[in-house]
Design a protein around this ligand. Structure first.
Ligand code: GLU
Length: 595
């Protein structure tokens, strides 16, 4: 076969060679040990927690080592393209403060980096130049098998209980002559390009012809003879050494439309873009032998692979572990966290707890350190399914929010409302957020605002046992909404120890003696005095000992007040709440129950 002729016949329009591309995309000028990572999403418009999980690993590895993290859009399957998908990806990651240094840019943004194009759909000529080179070297060939023929081969293999695919005697187009190929092309028959796999049966002249013999392939993988079958052994940064039979399939590298398969695009792109670490989901692990053979054939060194564990959750129905599913688990979508108003730091910190087994210990030793100071390593990543648990995320979030200054938390809440609950803006942002049509009265709106909100959020957060009940914006708003007259309502009944008449009297006495400048102990002394005066025990334990002597105790009396001021029985300190509500609003709430 005249490979030169075949290469020209198949790729007459390709005039660049691999050497030209090697020169166009030189080694990156980065410090020793700097890692180059990438995210390679398909532009389907859906970005999920798994993507964030992987991107976070990429980002940490690159930025911790002074390297580069870039975005490459894997759009070789145009059926899946969704308008605006790049913007969806970049904005979702930006929200979590994960920034790309280079790569595909959303519309209107400038592309950064000298290793593009960063859309695979714009790289057809590059891939074809490498395929042409493989043809020249007798390592790739056109395959004209039709869908029917492929189905027939598959049926035969299934009937014989053989591995399916195109290899050995099933690779019917491997040995077509140049004339046959020319005739097929002239007849307009569609074709794909396949590699001519070297197979995995060790022949007698192979350097590793003895069982147990090892050598190194061109790409740097270890090759081991396991009873006459060649295995490749690759050092995965997450899983350690992985061993699998070498590839023996003549896999497709270019589809009939001249666009590469994932396998080929991965190898060419990650080489030319000088990726050092390929972080991807474990679903790609089984294709690794194909990739090793492609790296070998192209003469490129293997990058370091990091095959990350799939995100799992405990299934409520079965109690077993299962993969997170787009259909069943809304929390798989990144949008979910934004809509609910999770703080991005909380989500990131939580992800670190499932990504690195030593993170929690580090956090306990240094509760105030920035997570960027944590040294993330692939060795501490679990290779078994990572268990995602919303309750645990909520716990982490409580701690993260406790460390977030109240004014920052207030701006975060306002930002969330702007995007997802604009009707709450007049309450959360006050005048600044009140629109012309708002039904919040001028007086109320002017009392509300970021400062008011920050005071509310800061309530009960200092001291030895700080409150940990703030989790995510939507929940926080429900939790604090009694501070806003527009949402305030009495949600629970008064304790049964207190009659309706007594409740009225307690409130009347409380209002009559109310002095907003009382300190906390003066304030409580007054409540105690009202209680004792009306026949309630000054201390709960007195009441417990002699219930027959009292109507109830001081706690029941203060609950009546708590309900009047906040509408609920469980809440932070009433005195502090009144200080935030202000004298006028406090008195108005009590007065409203006395009319
Ligand atoms: N486009 C592939 C995916 O979305 C990327 C895999 C990789 O990172 O290599 O799964």
């Amino acid at each position: 076969m005249d490979n030169q002729k075949l290469a020209e016949l198949l790729f007459p329009h390709i005039d660049k060679t691999p050497a030209d591309y090697e020169a166009m995309y030189p080694q990156r000028d980065l410090p020793e040990g700097a890692m180059v990572t990438r995210m390679g999403p398909s532009p389907t418009g859906f970005i999920h927690l798994g993507n964030l999980y992987g991107a976070f690993v990429d980002e940490r590895l690159a930025h911790q080592s002074g390297g580069t993290f870039y975005l490459r859009i894997e759009d070789t399957d145009d059926k899946r393209y969704v308008e605006g998908a790049v913007e969806t990806i970049t904005s979702a990651l930006r929200f979590f403060d994960i920034q790309f240094d280079e790569g595909a840019a959303a519309e209107g943004e400038e592309t950064r980096g000298a290793y593009g194009p960063y859309y695979q759909s714009q790289r057809a000529e590059i891939y074809q130049a490498f395929v042409k080179d493989l043809v020249l070297r007798g390592q790739a060939y056109p395959c004209f098998l039709t869908e029917e023929e492929l189905a027939e081969i598959r049926a035969e293999q299934e009937a014989n209980k053989e591995t399916t695919g195109i290899y050995g005697k099933y690779a019917r187009c491997r040995d077509l002559t140049l004339e046959e190929i020319e005739a097929n092309i002239q007849a307009g028959k569609p074709y794909v390009m396949r590699i001519r796999s070297k197979g995995n049966i060790i022949d007698p002249d192979h350097c590793c012809h003895e069982t147990g013999g090892t050598c190194t392939t061109r790409s740097g993988a270890k090759c081991v003879n396991h009873d006459g079958v060649m295995y490749i052994h690759v050092q995965d940064a997450v899983r350690g050494e992985v061993a699998m039979p070498a590839n023996d399939q003549d896999v497709v590298i270019l589809k009939a439309n001249g666009i590469p398969t994932y396998h080929f695009a991965h190898v060419v792109d990650d080489h030319l873009m000088r990726t050092t670490h390929v972080v991807r989901g474990e679903e790609w692990l089984m294709s690794l032998p194909i990739h090793v053979e492609l790296f070998d054939k192209l003469g490129f060194p293997l990058p370091t692979y990091c095959h990350t564990a799939v995100l799992m959750k405990l299934d409520e129905e079965t109690g077993g572990k299962r993969k997170l599913s787009k259909r069943k688990d809304p929390e798989l979508s990144l949008d979910y966290y934004r809509r609910e108003g999770y703080h991005p730091q909380a989500v990131k910190e939580y992800l670190l707890t499932i990504l690195n087994s030593n993170f929690e210990e580090w956090r306990m030793a240094d509760p105030d350190a920035s997570i960027d100071d944590f040294r993330f390593t692939t060795e501490k990543m679990s290779s078994a399914g990572a268990l995602f648990d919303l309750d645990k995320l909520n716990d982490v979030s409580k701690d993260v929010l406790l460390r977030t200054p109240a004014d920052e938390l207030a701006s975060f809440m306002i930002g969330w409302a702007e995007e997802f609950r604009p009707e709450l803006l007049p309450l959360l942002a006050g005048d600044a957020g009140a629109s012309g049509e708002s039904d919040v009265s001028g007086a109320a709106a002017s009392a509300y605002g970021p400062e008011y909100l920050a005071k509310i959020l800061d309530l009960g957060r200092d001291g030895k046992k700080p409150r940990k009940d703030l989790i995510y914006a939507r929940q926080i708003f429900d939790f604090i909404c009694y501070f806003f007259d527009e949402c305030f309502k009495i949600e629970e009944p008064v304790p049964e120890e207190v009659s309706d008449e007594d409740a009225r009297e307690i409130l009347q006495r409380y209002l009559d003696s109310y002095d907003h400048s009382d300190d906390q102990s003066q304030w409580f002394d007054k409540i105690r005095a009202i209680a004792v005066d009306m026949g309630y025990a000054a201390k709960p334990k007195d009441y417990k000992k002699h219930p027959e002597d009292y109507k109830g105790h001081v706690g029941h009396v203060s609950t009546v007040i708590r309900l009047a001021v906040m509408g609920r029985t469980q809440s932070p300190d009433v005195w502090e709440i009144q200080q935030i509500l202000g004298e006028e609003r406090t008195k108005a709430r009590i007065g409203a129950l006395l009319v």
